[in-house]
Write a protein that binds this ligand. Structure first.
Ligand code: HEC
Length: 418
């Protein structure tokens, strides 16, 4: 609760924790009228670095952007002071501009704004009945969207789960990774009731991150900061964990190949890791460029492993059959930080999260040509896609983490809208 000039504002969704740092370590906002109130209102969920590193906005767009994070409608004076400060100190800048690539392919975005502000909406995934589940990591929320009607329902998760991701089991029930309390949980798809919570058997296994079911119903998952990889058998509740071979390799994205073998990406090292599904023995594939880090990967129908080289601004392909590794520079350059990635019908889709606007990029491996589109949230460009997965019809499900948006993108080639 922040009290100022007799006005009471509730900043209740989160306190520093998810991505936050202690006050003493923070870079400072420039001095000026409104600085104190911005610090008070804007650091409940993230440090002021989000503001310092932002691409800057006009008055109208600052008001729109913060309106996706916090409701200041009851306190006009505070809102005007915050927006005034941001507008005069952080006008639009060119620090992180993206370099769009034009082309002839047409796509179409459809977007929804999820109810709870500032929840860090992410990781939308389609259930067999066509509904789309997402998690609101900061808000400790799991949400369900009916894309036909646009109706949405949010479910609060057990305390401090801070879900990183959601995946759907063969019965259509959503499972979340409890990134802050070392759990994995299962919800009833119809009622949203938490059916089961599995606690990690080892206290060192703190942060379940991304999870995928194999066709036998086994859940495979990464634990980034714990530097582990895990296996959960829902039939017995048995959980097995292995520690990554390379210290601080930061296991991140995970996918299962056609043979049922799990692969994970190293967000702290230049590796892809193949895991034996029976023994959990890990085989590291070293990627050639020094300094490489890989957030996410996907596996094409021909078995090749596509990955983002986030730290170096590239995407790459590893062919398990031949051992060949090939990389391509992402259009927006070395600082473009490719992040999420999905292969749809042989075409590689990913985003450039280090630049603004965050770009959705299409790469055709046959022609080796790129095309890209900026991702808007209403009138503003802000936020990052942190995970993308296709719906069953081949549309891509994406999101923007800063602006409470869940999106569906028809990527397979649509007629130009008239
Ligand atoms: C209730 C939580 C919450 C509060 C309060 C909040 N934000 Fe945010 N903000 C977010 C989330 C979530 C993100 C996305 C973070 C991520 O993806 O890592 C974000 C990201 C941002 C970004 C980055 C935009 C981009 O380029 O992606 C800016 C700038 C920002 N916030 C400004 C503000 C300002 C200014 C305030 C105060 C008026 C504020 N925030 C208060 C939740 C919040």
């Amino acid at each position: 609760m922040i009290t100022r000039s007799g006005l009471a504002l509730t900043v209740s969704l989160c306190t520093l924790g998810a991505g936050g740092v202690l006050a003493g370590e923070q870079p400072q906002l420039p001095n000026g009228k409104g600085k104190d109130v911005v610090e008070a209102v804007c650091t409940g969920c993230h440090p002021v670095t989000q503001i310092l590193n932002s691409s800057g906005y006009s008055r109208e767009h600052w008001a729109e952007l913060i309106g996706t994070m916090i409701d200041l409608s009851d306190s006009r004076e505070t809102r005007d002071e915050v927006v005034g400060y941001l507008t005069s100190h952080f006008p639009p800048n060119t620090k992180r501009v993206s370099l769009p690539v034009a082309g002839t392919h047409q796509i179409r975005f459809q977007q929804w704004t999820v109810p709870t502000l500032g929840q860090r909406s992410r990781d939308p995934v389609e259930a067999p009945d066509g509904s789309i589940w997402w998690v609101g990591q900061f808000g400790n929320i799991m949400g369900r969207l009916d894309p036909k009607t646009g109706s949405m329902k949010e479910f609060q998760l057990p305390e401090n789960a801070k879900p990183h991701s959601v995946t759907i089991d063969a019965d259509g029930n959503p499972w979340y990774t409890g990134n802050a309390n070392g759990t994995i949980g299962k919800l009833d798809a119809k009622t949203g009731e938490v059916l089961k919570v599995y606690k990690m058997p080892d206290p060192a296994a703190r942060d379940p991150h991304t999870a995928e079911f194999d066709r036998n119903g086994i859940l495979w998952f990464t634990l980034q900061q714990s530097n582990m990889f895990g296996r959960l058998d829902p039939k017995t509740g048995d959980i097995k964990l292995v520690t990554a071979k390379t210290p601080r390799s930061l296991p991140y994205g995970v996918k299962i190949d056609a043979d049922g073998t799990p692969w994970y990406a190293c967000n702290g090292s230049n590796c892809l890791v193949k895991v034996d599904a029976k023994t959990m023995e890990q085989t590291e594939i070293k990627l050639p460029t020094p300094g490489t880090t890989v957030r996410r990967l996907d596996i094409a129908a021909d078995g090749s492993i596509w990955f983002v080289n986030s730290a170096k601004g590239k995407i790459g392909r590893y062919s398990p059959k031949t051992g060949e590794i090939k990389e391509w520079d992402s259009p927006s350059g070395p600082a473009s930080h490719p992040y999420a990635l999905a292969v749809v019908d042989g075409i590689v889709w990913y985003n450039e999260s280090g630049v603004r606007p965050d770009m959705l990029v299409r790469f055709d491996p046959k022609s080796e040509k790129f095309q890209s589109w900026s991702i808007s949230s209403g009138g503003v460009h802000a936020g990052i896609i942190r995970h993308m997965r296709p719906a069953r019809n081949g549309d891509l499900l994406v999101h923007q983490s800063s602006t409470n948006r869940i999106m569906r993108v028809a990527v397979k080639g649509v007629a130009p809208s008239s």
